[in-house]
Design a protein around this ligand. Structure first.
Ligand code: FES
Length: 162
């Protein structure tokens, strides 16, 4: 008989352990959500009611926080995450055109993960490089003054360009 727990059971156990570790902190919700996403790569839908019950919040409150902050995901990201800043300074320096170019270059709509799971494309709102706009973050690395040619080079280096 196979006694290996299913991935879903493992995830549920990990979520419960993280809830237990955070539930008694004041302002536990955000640190707990960060911990769950760090552990699982996203906030699975079934984590929301568990977290709500543990913190004595409504599901709507927890869901509202997950959906309000762009950082939190309900689905796992692709193997690479490309974030194009669309905040004011970057917008003034061509961020909208850069995001459109990224969609075409990666074959992936904004706010989505490409079908092969290779890349997720996300707009973000300020990466802290406003003086060197437009800015892009790819995985954990920031890139300043990103031109279309530079974005293409970066995507090709990661083999995520279409
Ligand atoms: S506005 Fe884009 S990095 Fe700040």
């Amino acid at each position: 008989m196979n006694t290996t727990p299913s991935p879903e059971k493992n995830d549920a156990a990990r979520i419960d352990a993280l809830i237990e570790a955070h539930r008694h902190r004041s302002g536990a919700l955000l640190p707990l959500l960060h911990a769950v996403q760090d552990a699982l790569g996203c906030i699975p839908a079934d984590a929301v009611p568990r977290i709500a019950t543990a913190l004595n919040l409504s599901r709507a409150e927890v869901h509202g926080v997950v959906s309000y902050y762009h950082h939190f995901r309900s689905e796992p990201a692709g193997r690479h995450v490309v974030q194009v800043c669309r905040a004011e300074a970057c917008q003034a320096c061509g961020a909208d055109e850069l995001l459109a170019q990224a969609e075409a270059l990666l074959g992936c709509k904004s706010h989505s993960t490409r079908g092969d799971g290779a890349v997720t494309l996300e707009p973000v709102y300020c990466l802290g490089l406003c003086a060197s706009s437009p800015a892009v973050q790819i995985d954990e690395k920031l890139h300043a003054r990103v031109t279309p040619a530079k974005l293409q080079r970066l995507a090709q280096a990661l083999e995520i360009a279409r």
